[in-house]
Ligand binder design. Structure first.
Ligand SMILES: Cc1cc2nc3c(=O)[nH]c(=O)nc-3n(C[C@H](O)[C@H](O)[C@H](O)COP(=O)(O)O)c2cc1C
Length: 181
């Protein structure tokens, strides 16, 4: 079945590790014949204000920022790929703001059904590095009723100013996940 995949990259670096990992996933997904759109959260996405206006005005968020272009892409996608660098043992604030702002499209805390994937990169190679992030991801998708289709957690990335360095086997994992999803 052809999927409509939306890849949300919560890294400030357009050519960093997280984009490198995401692009391998996308390469695999395109080869399988899926339709893919990628959005980099390079502009600031403001946090949800909790004003609740969205619940009474046809699900429009009052904040006018990059999210207004993302809501329609989110609507048409059946699969949401969330990609983030590990920041202080958690998801990046950019990605978290995207998640919080999805509140606008909920009705009585019910969300549209989506399949989902988590892609992450980190500097650390400790086995527990992604524990908090993965725990959050599992809780959050369970609450929304979404279905996990796989994760790639790429530890020990070397970060230089000009080069990206995600380990080859993680790039391959991401490519294979994109291909088989
Ligand atoms: C603000 C900040 C916080 C970070 N926190 C962690 C961390 O808690 N654990 C870790 O292993 N790496 C941490 N890193 C390293 C990044 O997760 C890692 O370099 C990542 O691959 C960067 O992805 P990017 O190239 O897409 O920005 C941090 C980097 C930054 C800039």
């Amino acid at each position: 079945m052809m999927r409509k995949i939306l890849v949300i990259v919560g890294s400030g670096k357009l050519h960093g590790n997280t984009n490198q990992l995401s692009d391998e996933f996308i390469r695999g997904a395109l080869e399988t014949g899926h339709q893919v759109k990628k959005v980099n959260l390079t502009e600031n996405i403001q946090g949800c204000k909790g004003c609740g206006v969205c619940q009474n005005n046809g699900h429009h968020c009052v904040i006018r920022d990059m999210m207004k272009d993302i809501y329609p892409l989110f609507d048409e996608a059946d699969t949401i790929v969330m990609a983030s660098p590990l920041y202080f043992w958690s998801l990046s604030a950019r990605l978290k703001s995207f998640i919080d702002r999805l509140y606008a499209i909920s009705t009585d805390d019910e969300y549209p059904q989506k399949d989902t994937v988590l892609l992450m990169t980190s500097g650390s190679d400790e086995f527990y590095a992604f524990e908090q992030a993965v725990s959050f991801y599992r809780f959050f998708i369970k609450a929304l009723g979404w279905k996990d289709q796989g994760m790639v957690l790429a530890g020990s990335c070397i970060t230089k100013q000009t080069e990206t360095a995600v380990k080859e086997h993680f790039l391959n994992e991401a490519y294979c996940l994109g291909k088989r999803i």
